[in-house]
Design a protein around this ligand. Structure first.
Ligand code: AMP
Length: 485
């Protein structure tokens, strides 16, 4: 029998990361940039311990299937349970309740640090990760929520995301509460959680999947069946109509009134109206929009909820590539009341630093330009295409001639797949005239995205996207286009 190996195996536990060198420097840089924004907006720093009494943190995580309901907890030698913090908000609530009398009100604080969640690890989902938060405690005004949203935009931009590279989706729990009440699904109704979970899955499942979960249930690809909420067709249609309303803030708020009624929903719509005006005053535009499908997992939210994500270049279907939620927040008016009895309204926003660093990197990679592609219109003249690619390279431009066997359409598709900023075309007509056609593929993609189905306007935009330049001026013309993008 072999003796047991006396040496432990060096292995990192699941869902945890070693962070070092340049990757770590990037995360630290992000925290510094975000913290600077929080400080500029008048938030003061606060550090609280990594663990707290478990009852002080409470049980608000959505993942209830794990040991200790998602938190890492241990029993102290005085028989009291301690738990590692799963976010920076629950410790803030404890801190405010304990120091309420001496704090300025509203109290504005920012914090950064690691948090621990006993979740099932997966891509971008760790059991230890850093968050960087800002919270305003002691203000019931939706203007405080708007400030969080505006500051989230400023923080993402300070972290390196450009306008148009991110969105912040906004809703309020009151809208969902109002909708559920309209459907006859009250606070204590067991179907409530099933409906909310179905809505929360709109991102991952098609609307057909969500419809199934609102109705009898859904069988997934593996054959597993998830019991549905059992709503009737009229109720399902109402939920789906509600969920598909979204976009420009003021217009959406007005339109949502068609799907919900009653005092709770109306209070929610008024709340969103004030947030909208405050955001406009803060010069926040279409990057923050109303999307009633935002649910947010944490159970302590009572009012406005918001979620930030990065969006990237277009995928093969012409949809924006999404990189997952990089931050989220909302209003939690009852969290401090757990300690004090009296309600202390509060709102905050949390940026997932590790997720943001990974998403920014993936976004930059997705947006990085490929080489200029010189198409080959006539195989007999392939040498001319090779020569053009060579000239471009000599002029400092990354370039290649197309060496596959495809026709023009396939060649342009290849150029798209390679993220080529420009395609060069020289057919017989161009050859006779001594010119080449230069196609600005990035401008073409942007125009296609904005025009949608408007074919006529699209045809007109062809002149901007495609132009002839003298063959001798090829390199200079390409460099001019590249400099603009
Ligand atoms: P939450 O505290 O759940 O509202 O999450 C706020 C942000 O933290 C999210 O938008 C993510 O960026 C990040 N986050 C949440 N859970 C994880 C996780 N398990 N691993 C990495 N980042 C996370």
């Amino acid at each position: 029998m072999n003796a047991p190996d006396p040496r432990p195996k060096a292995r990192r536990a699941r869902g945890l990361q070693d962070r070092r060198g340049p990757g770590l420097a990037v995360e630290r840089g992000l925290i510094e940039a975000i913290a600077k924004v929080y400080e500029d907006w008048g938030f003061e720093p606060l550090e609280t311990p990594a663990f707290e009494y478990a009852d002080a943190l409470g049980k608000f995580l959505p993942d209830q299937d794990r040991p200790n309901e998602g938190v890492f907890a241990f029993e102290d030698d005085d028989d009291q349970w301690l738990a590692l913090r799963y976010d920076l908000t629950a410790p803030l609530a404890r801190f405010v309740a304990e120091n309420f009398d001496t704090l300025p009100k509203p109290y504005r604080r920012w914090a950064a640090g690691p948090v621990w969640r006993n979740e099932k690890p997966g891509p971008g989902r760790y059991r230890e990760f850093w968050q960087c938060d800002a919270d305003t405690v002691g203000s019931a005004s939706p203007a405080a929520d708007a400030e969080m949203i505006a500051m989230a935009c400023a923080a993402l931009e300070a972290a390196g995301a450009r306008k148009g590279d991110y969105t912040v989706r906004i809703s309020t729990r009151r809208l969902l509460d109002g909708l559920l009440e309209n459907l006859g699904v009250g606070q204590a109704d067991p179907r409530r959680l099933t409906v909310l979970r179905a809505i929360d899955k709109l991102d991952r499942l098609s609307s057909k999947g969500v419809q199934a979960l609102l109705g009898v249930g859904r069988k997934d690809e593996s054959g597993d069946f998830t019991q549905g909420a059992g709503l009737d067709d009229a109720a399902i249609n109402r939920v789906m109509g509600f969920l598909s309303t979204g976009g420009d803030r003021a217009g959406t708020i007005q339109k949502l009134g068609e799907f919900v009624s009653g005092p709770i929903a109306e209070a929610g719509l008024r709340e969103l109206g004030v947030i909208d005006s405050a955001l406009s005053a803060l010069k926040v535009g279409a990057e923050a929009w109303v999307d009633p499908a935002v649910v947010r997992g944490l159970e302590y939210y009572t009012g406005a909820v918001f979620e930030a994500e990065l969006i990237g270049a277009l995928d093969a279907e012409g949809d924006s590539i999404r990189f997952g939620s990089v931050g989220g927040g909302g209003r939690y008016d009852d969290l401090i009341a757990r300690f004090r009895g009296e309600r202390i309204p509060a709102t905050g926003f949390s940026i997932g630093v590790s997720r943001l660093a990974a998403a920014l990197q993936a976004q930059q990679a997705a947006q990085a330009d490929g080489p200029v592609v010189v198409l080959v219109m006539d195989q007999a003249r392939i040498g001319e295409a090779l020569a053009m690619a060579n000239e471009l390279r000599a002029g400092g431009v990354r370039a290649e001639a197309y060496l596959g066997g495809g026709a023009m359409k396939a060649q342009l598709k290849y150029a798209d797949k390679r993220a080529a900023p420009v395609a060069i075309i020289q057919g017989g007509d161009e050859l006779a005239k001594g010119v080449v056609t230069l196609k600005d593929l990035k401008l073409g993609a942007r125009i296609a995205q904005n025009l949608g189905e408007d074919r006529e306007a699209y045809a007109k935009s062809r002149e901007q996207v495609q132009r002839e330049v003298p063959r001798a001026g090829l390199v200079a013309a390409v460099r001019e286009v590249l400099a603009k993008t």
